[in-house]
Ligand binder design. Structure first.
Ligand code: NAD
Length: 256
């Protein structure tokens, strides 16, 4: 299937490198005929993004956006507004927790670690949705990335578990709030994928190996598979779906 996003302008937040789920999503948006804008966390990442985009035959707007402050998010959206007025899709693919809070005993979680994990990984969706809705004058679709650690104990996922639980609750509240403006809000719950963010979780490789034999499909998933589901949620094919958590995990959620 092709052309699912023709006429749609999608902002993807959270490309760090070629392994990022956000990068697979950005490529899928372009492959489906969408117009693409990207935000990146800091200028350190920009040259890497420019190199990645050199292979794509598309004009892509690049905007710096550190989601740690409301100002940063608002500034990025204002820049986008100047470039291309209407936005149809927003992909929030951002998470962070200090590495020391992604190992050991959960009860040792620090106040600061908890605050920063929730701020960057969960609250930032609310901030981004609040700013993006002004640009979604024709309705829109917002998609974020979550993980099963939101509702099950996954060794070493620790502080990110409550952050993802809060993120998923925000998806439902935002869906209720923004639905009357024809803006849908959903999450993709992805199986583990080898990315920079995932590498900071202690013994992540062991998790990948275990799922290889335990998922119904007897394998792990790829960033491209997560991106395809995200494109579905961005497209009109999912026009009656909102407040949903879609599992793209080779069936792991059904058996564990
Ligand atoms: P990634 O490291 O490629 O992406 C994480 C992104 O978050 C990076 O681009 C980073 O720059 C950005 N970020 C962190 N702090 C930020 C800040 N203050 N301001 C702006 N951006 C900031 O890793 P990924 O695995 O592609 O992660 C993307 C999303 O997918 C995350 O929400 C993650 O929790 C989720 N997810 C990942 C997996 C997995 O196994 N990789 C599984 C399920 C869900």
């Amino acid at each position: 299937m092709s052309g699912l996003l023709v006429g749609k302008h999608v902002l993807v937040m959270g490309v760090a490198n070629q392994r990022s789920i956000a990068w697979a999503t950005a490529r899928a948006v372009l492959a489906q005929g969408g117009r693409l804008s990207l935000t990146y966390q800091s200028n350190r990442i920009k040259p890497r993004l420019e190199r990645l985009l050199a292979d794509c035959d598309a004009e892509v707007t690049l905007i710096e956006c550190d989601v740690a402050s409301d100002d940063g998010v608002a500034r990025a959206m204002r820049k986008l507004e100047k470039e291309r007025a209407v936005l149809h899709g927003l992909v929030h693919s951002i998470a962070y927790a200090p590495a020391e809070d992604l190992q050991g005993s959960f009860v040792e979680t620090t106040r600061d670690g908890f605050a920063v994990a929730n701020d960057i990984s969960s609250y930032s969706l609310i901030a981004a949705a609040r700013e993006a809705r002004r640009l979604m004058v024709q309705g829109g679709s917002i998609v974020t990335m979550t993980y099963a650690g939101s509702h099950r104990v996954i060794p070493n996922y620790n502080v990110m578990g409550p952050a993802k639980a809060s993120l998923e609750a925000s998806v439902r509240y935002l869906a209720a709030d923004l639905g009357p403006a024809e803006i849908r809000v959903n999450a993709v719950s992805a199986g583990p994928i080898h990315t920079v963010a995932a590498r900071s979780i202690k013994d992540f490789a062991g998790m990948l190996e275990l799922l290889q034999t335990h998922t119904p499909l007897r394998r792990n998933v790829t960033a491209e598979e997560v991106a395809d589901a995200t494109v579905f949620l961005l497209s009109d094919l999912s026009r009656a779906i909102t407040g949903e958590i879609v599992h793209v995990d080779a069936g792991a959620h059904a058996v564990t």
